[in-house]
Ligand binder design. Structure first.
Ligand SMILES: Nc1ncnc2c1ncn2[C@@H]1O[C@H](COP(=O)(O)OP(=O)(O)O)[C@@H](O)[C@H]1O
Ligand SMILES: [Mg+2]
Length: 272
């Protein structure tokens, strides 16, 4: 039994099926990738899993059906997420950003922290910062960090809420190849430490390198699933990424300003 399992997950916007009967499984302690061209339904899938859009079908989290729960309750049971464009509080230090997040599910705690920052859980949050190589940045403002480090703080902030499963929406968006690989290595290390992760990313090189298993969506439909080796060799995946409607830079910017990765899937090297 997986840690996070969807069955017949479907989302419609008006008459449009953004996600169509998607069965997904994230096993405990595994890193599962969700890929597909812009508009494929990836973000909507995470929105449906975490309770931010109404959906049909079921979502099982750690053996419990959470389909009827609000997004707040889902977060409280240990289902974490990061956003496609995550905003940090630029007037709070890195550590304060984590403190706010660790209390965010508790409104009274959140209000109290506005007036009197808590310090009792700092050591626990420090462990999170250390695991992401951010310990030296605990007391600096996010604006003094590189883009790659800010992304890591976004991940650290999500971890501060102590999720059992973390759904990440394009955490590497806007990073250069080296920063992206660093982030990928950190995510892999978190999973090797026991966290379960559902990762959306358009960087095929990254997901094929670090994920245990992958799902590929196109127009809301599952077109392939399998190990990185199986996905690399899958002709439907290659077509979806190289097909006419995605070629020639006709849609140069996604929501994050990044192009759909146009590299032939079969040629993405592990060591690139
Ligand atoms: N709130 C919304 N209202 C209407 N259509 C939406 C909404 N959110 C997403 N969509 C549509 O659903 C489809 C899937 O979007 P999305 O999940 O954001 O794709 P991806 O994350 O794979 O790029 C797209 O066609 C998008 O335009
Ligand atoms: Mg998206």
């Amino acid at each position: 039994m997986g840690m996070l399992t969807t069955s017949g997950l479907s989302v419609s916007f008006g008459g449009k099926r953004a996600v169509d009967s998607f069965d997904l499984d994230v096993k405990a302690g595994s890193l599962v990738g969700l890929i597909g061209p812009n508009g494929a339904g990836k973000t909507t899938t995470i929105d449906a899993i975490t309770g931010f859009v109404p959906a049909q079908g079921s979502v099982l989290f750690d053996g419990t059906d959470i389909s009827g729960l609000s997004s707040t309750m889902r977060a409280r049971t240990g289902l974490g997420r990061t956003w496609q464009s995550s905003e940090l509080f630029d007037d709070l230090t890195v550590m304060e950003n984590l403190q706010v997040a660790s209390e965010r599910v508790d409104v009274r705690g959140f209000l109290r922290d506005l007036f009197r920052p808590r310090n009792d859980d700092v050591s626990e949050l420090m462990v999170i910062l250390e695991s992401l190589d951010l310990a030296d940045s605990a007391d600096v403002l996010p604006t003094d960090l590189s883009h790659g480090q800010r992304k890591l703080v976004g991940v650290a902030r999500a971890l501060a809420a102590k999720p059992k499963v973390l759904c990440m929406d394009e955490p590497a968006a806007g990073l250069d190849t080296e920063e992206s690989q660093t982030l990928g290595g950190r995510i892999r290390a978190l999973v090797d430490g026991g966290l379960s992760v559902l990762l959306i990313d358009h960087d095929m090189g990254l997901v094929l390198t670090i994920c245990d298993y992958l799902y590929v969506l196109d127009f809301g439909q599952l077109i392939a699933e399998g190990t990185p080796a199986e996905i690399r060799a899958n002709s439907k995946v290659i077509t979806a990424y190289l097909g006419e409607r995605h070629g020639g830079g006709s849609d140069p910017t996604g929501d994050d300003g990044a192009p759909v990765d146009g590299a032939p899937v079969g040629e993405v090297g592990v060591g690139e």
